[in-house]
Design a protein around this ligand. Sequence first.
Ligand code: NAD
Length: 182
Amino acid sequence: MSVLITGGAGFIGANFVLDWVAHSDEKIVNLDKLTYAGNLESLASLKNNPQHVFVHGDIGDVALLPKLLAEHKPRAVLNFAAESHVDRSIHGPGEFIETNIVGTFRLLESVRGYWHGLSAEAQTQFRFLHVSTDEVYGSLAPQDPALQLWPFALPREAHTAHDCQCLGGQAFAGVWRWHASP
Ligand SMILES: NC(=O)c1ccc[n+]([C@@H]2O[C@H](COP(=O)([O-])OP(=O)(O)OC[C@H]3O[C@@H](n4cnc5c(N)ncnc54)[C@H](O)[C@@H]3O)[C@@H](O)[C@H]2O)c1
């Protein structure tokens, strides 16, 4: 068994990978484009660890993704890959649209194709986790659960292209969930 993480060389993703390897024996395949935000030094301690398989690539690469999924047969995909630096989204929103919306869409399509080839039981067990942002979900009250999947709305504190594109990617993830349903 394995899981596929995207953006696992980033700030949160790298910590997730390290935590995963510390607490599980399951293989973790890490697809990352290594933009300015990616840093493999964060994962230096895993250099010779076969449990961590690093793949340099883009979530929007529709030739690479099906190959990767077929080779490693993950039981879950965790999408941390994103343009995440809010200030950059103000001056250059194009990269945000390309990764956070178009890339997420292409990733979902690749995963949907893979999911359709799984057995009925594996389909039921399969999970796609899309990481979004509090600027989309809004702030949690103390009694709220840590994870809220649906519904979501663009809250008043959202005011940048980054926020809108996070919502766009999240919208794709939520809607594609239904597309993938038998
Ligand atoms: N850091 C925070 O405080 C915070 C808070 C709330 C939500 N989030 C969300 O969590 C997620 C991860 O955040 P982070 O802080 O780790 O981001 P980050 O910018 O540190 O890392 C993003 C990673 O994604 C990779 N990447 C970018 N485009 C890619 C592509 N097209 N294909 C493959 N890899 C690509 C980068 O190389 C990098 O390693 C994002 O969706 C972000 O919006 C982060």
